[in-house]
Design a protein around this ligand. Sequence first.
Ligand code: ATP
Ligand code: MG
Length: 631
Amino acid sequence: MFNLTDCNPSQREAVTFGEGPLLLLAGPGSGKTFTITKRILWLIHEKEVAPEQILVITFTREAALSMQQRFAQTSSFAGSVNFGTFHSIFYQILLRSGRVQPGNLLNERQKLNLIYPILKKNKECSAEIAKSFLDAIAYYKNTGEKEKTLEKIPEEWKNCFPQIYREYESARTKVRGVDFDDMLKECEELLQNNTPQREYWQKRFSHILIDEFQDINYRQYCIVRLLAERHKNVFAVGDDDQAIYSFRGARPACMQMFVREFAATQILLRTNYRSHQDIVEASLLVINENLDRFPKILEASEPNQRKEETYRGTACRVRIKEFRDAPEQMQYLLHCLKGRSTQETCAILFRTNLAMQSVAARLGREGIPYVMKEKTRNIYEHFIVQDIMSYLRIAAGTAERIDFLRVINKPFRNISREAFGKHVSLQALEDYYSMKNNDYSAGCNRKACEAIRLWKRQMEFVKNAEPKLAVTFVCKACGYERYLRQRANVENNEKTQEWEEILNYIVEEAGHFKTAKEWQEAQEAFGEQLRKGVARESGDNAQAADGAVRLLTVHASKGLEFDSVWIPDCNEKNFPHGNGLDPEHIEEERRIFYVAMTRAKKDLELLCLTGTAERPRFPSRFLIPLNRYRR
Ligand code: ATP
Ligand code: MG
């Protein structure tokens, strides 16, 4: 007899549910993923469903691998069940039909190369604009929603979107390239219009199980509907409170659509097995403030027994801690990490990738082991950091052309690229513009000369200053900050906040170094570390990286659990992210916060900054219902 003793009655009902569609709707930690894994076992061992006919869909590659590994611990059939993301499944379907070939998959760089020349034909444009166009195109392909698509690009480009979209598509078809978003569309068309193909795949996947169903977008839902048309065996599990991908076009409303269109049975789970009662209660106080949600009951398992034990000298497992500024907060994190037990899993969860990288760089310098799974951009590769470093190298007397080219006109100085001869230096530039026989007018030469002389004087100062002062000087006195503000105005106002954060971070970090050279070496070492870290990443080391603290964005922490969790920077503008958000966005931000809180099993700390008189910071509005947890 199949062992169901570790399931509670509702879980058992779901695991052994007969044929047909089912929606399992339940809060975090209630065993949704656990139930899916059980269900697969049950289908194979009790119902004798062939493992190859089972399709399990998750939203990230990590989640797919993690589930496959969880499953492999209990069954020898793990290799034959199809675990995949929507993307990998669609890719498989299109490969078989011959609609794509392995070499045709476009990566980000190739897509940028396609769109750049098209944009440049219209107006002068930067990499940031090109990226915002790619975002918008992806969103459009996933949702077909025009208005929201246009929100992703700067105002003065909005009119050009349809034209650029067409040109991009024709350039893409010319090189026969496809990306994941194209695959979605192609796959839907294929299954809709090609009967033999549709029938093949319908027979092939007799049972479809989907985790984190709230993250599905409408197109994906339509494809699931096509695949399941014949057998209707869709086992979907999700939690509308954890829908955090609407910016990518996810439509949690598909859950109710599924219930209606498939006449699906609904089962609810109400016991949270993951988290201590304090954590469950605190997270509910937060999410209950959302209006647009399906109310659910969620209770900690074994509440009384757990409540009595004390943990690390405090009775409460949820704590809000306040710090004056980021360095104080960092100091506290370092203190906690040094003192923790390596038996326990722990994670720091970030709202933004950027904040995560700044902590990673610091942990690296302190020699505290950490694992950062995502393919992160290296913060030091950001154009702002590169610009600043170029300034510092110029001050130190570099003759590298590339450093000069980066910053000659940041801010605008009237200097032309042609002014560079063989030998590059500020002196050589000045000599060039002092010559009477160059191609420029006297006025132009004079302006350039003045700018270069000023620049020279500035660099004299920077050369002798410690890094922190040097960076501040470049930003304020050399006009780099002014340049950024102008650029942000032209490009996209949303960038202003991110750029400001990066500048603050750089100034802050510079304070840790005595010389620019030392700093540069640390950056190179960090790059090397990142490359190694990324190569090492695989599967479920999310949970297992013996003793190392995990650094994750909240989005990437979906579905995972850790004994201790820290959430730094619980401040307005960071969490919720952005400025002046409308109610709909605030609700999504609150769900992201809820996902973060509910990753913790035993211990949860929310850290926030109170700021200083000249730089006030405001604690996050999400902390308001949590007042009683202040420590
Ligand atoms: P999330 O919404 O965050 O993805 P989930 O609902 O998928 O959460 P799981 O990750 O499946 O929750 O389960 C949370 C934890 O509870 C896991 O450690 C799991 O092993 C445990 N668990 C689930 N069901 C039971 C049960 N009946 N008895 C004991 N432990 C359980
Ligand atoms: Mg889960």
